[in-house]
Design a protein around this ligand. Structure first.
Ligand SMILES: [Zn+2]
Length: 389
């Protein structure tokens, strides 16, 4: 058995380089599928530690995979995200996700040099979590084949081990009306913008019928061509989210009905296109509780979940439906201080507290990975739970 405190020391010894790399990613935010610098820095660091890297796995230029172990025994994947958001940079703290995964993997590389690793560990670089669904593409390309369990951590305002993530999809709605002079002959036109705005009003009128936890939020992406023209074209986009698939489909159909109703009322044409979002998270509690035990051993006991804080959506949800997975959240600020996608959260993602949490996550993930490799009964209960859920 590999000594757990030794694993912690390995994380501490790689901490300076992991913090520096995480800082660099934070300072150079790159959008989904364009994370070329982040992927290069991460893969170079892994190669320097003596582990070969496959770049561009799954036909995604900014994805990568590094494999530790001789192929026999279980295989555990530790996932790194490193994409940023438009305008607000690393306000989701994916630079810390990258650093946490890297720290865990480098510590396991060092441990493997001291004793035999009873299985295999993959470090997988997964691009484009923010709306690109990188993990779904990697899953489809077979990058997770043979993986027995997968894990990552996500920065948050509190420590929670198995929080839900919502199923999601996007609806793009385009209206096509009749243009006319907005002052001289408005009666000759049919406003596409009016239908667009009515859609929002109708969707709001239907919220009373949504189940708890549903989220519907939208924006107007085209509001007209000129103020003196009755708008010929208008468009909006909605994100629909729900705790489970059937409710997602029901609510998406309501939004579609509202758009068609608005178009009918306004005498304009409407077209809808649907983009599949992410699936809901299927948290594997057997792994989450083991991760929780590691957190407790590191002096940070965590709650399983917290209904007082909301949920987002993640492509880890899709992976969790295919492979037993965890996606624990760990605090990088005070509870309620700020949350993902805010400027203040971006600042926390480059703070001392943020980096300390990243290192704790690295230790807890490395410990949990070893548990899964060494404890056959644990892996059996992980698989049994996955098959049953
Ligand atoms: Zn995120």
């Amino acid at each position: 058995m590999i000594d757990r405190e030794n694993i912690d020391r390995h994380v501490d010894s790689v901490a300076p380089q992991v913090i520096e790399l995480s800082k660099k990613i934070h300072e150079h935010p790159e959008l989904r599928f364009e994370e070329h610098r982040a992927a290069a820095w991460l893969t170079e660091t892994v190669e320097k530690a003596g582990v070969p890297v496959e770049r561009g796995v799954g036909d995604l230029p900014t994805a990568f995979r590094a494999r530790l172990g001789n192929g026999s025994g279980p295989r555990i994947a530790i996932l790194a995200e490193y994409d940023a958001l438009p305008e607000i940079g690393h306000a989701c703290g994916h630079n810390l996700i990258a650093g946490g995964a890297l720290g865990a993997f480098l510590a396991l590389v060092r441990a493997s040099k001291e004793g035999r690793l009873p299985g295999n560990v993959d470090l997988i670089g997964t691009p484009a979590e923010e709306g690109g669904g990188g993990k779904i593409r990697l899953l489809g390309a077979g990058v997770f084949e043979g993986v027995d369990a997968a894990m990552m951590f996500h920065p948050y305002d509190r420590d929670i081990l198995a929080h839900p993530a919502l199923a999601s999809r996007w609806l793009t709605i385009k209206f096509h009306g009749t243009p006319a002079h907005a002052a001289a002959a408005p009666w000759d036109g049919n406003s596409a913008l009016t239908a667009c705005l009515e859609t929002f009003r109708l969707v709001d009128s239907q919220r009373v019928h949504f189940r708890d936890g549903v989220r519907v939020h939208g924006m107007v992406t085209n509001g007209g061509q000129a103020v003196n023209i009755i708008p010929e074209h208008a468009a909006c986009e909605f994100s629909v989210r729900a705790p489970f698939k059937a409710e997602l489909e029901r609510v998406a159909a309501i939004v579609e009905r509202c758009a068609r109703g608005a178009a009918l009322a306004c005498g304009v044409e409407v077209s809808l296109s649907i983009r599949q979002g992410y699936r809901e998270m299927k948290n594997n509690l057997a792994i989450a509780r083991r991760f929780g035990a590691a957190m407790a051993a590191l002096g940070r006991p965590a709650r399983e979940t917290d209904p007082r804080v909301g949920s987002g959506s993640t492509d880890m949800g899709d992976l969790s439906q295919a492979v037993p997975s965890i996606h624990p959240y760990l605090a990088i600020c005070e509870e309620g201080e700020t949350l993902c996608h805010q400027h203040a959260f971006a600042a926390c993602a480059a703070s001392d507290r943020g980096f300390q949490t990243m290192l704790t996550a690295a230790k807890a993930m490395a410990r949990t990975t070893l548990d899964l490799l060494e404890d056959q009964k644990l892996l059996e209960s992980v698989k049994a739970e996955f098959a049953q859920a």
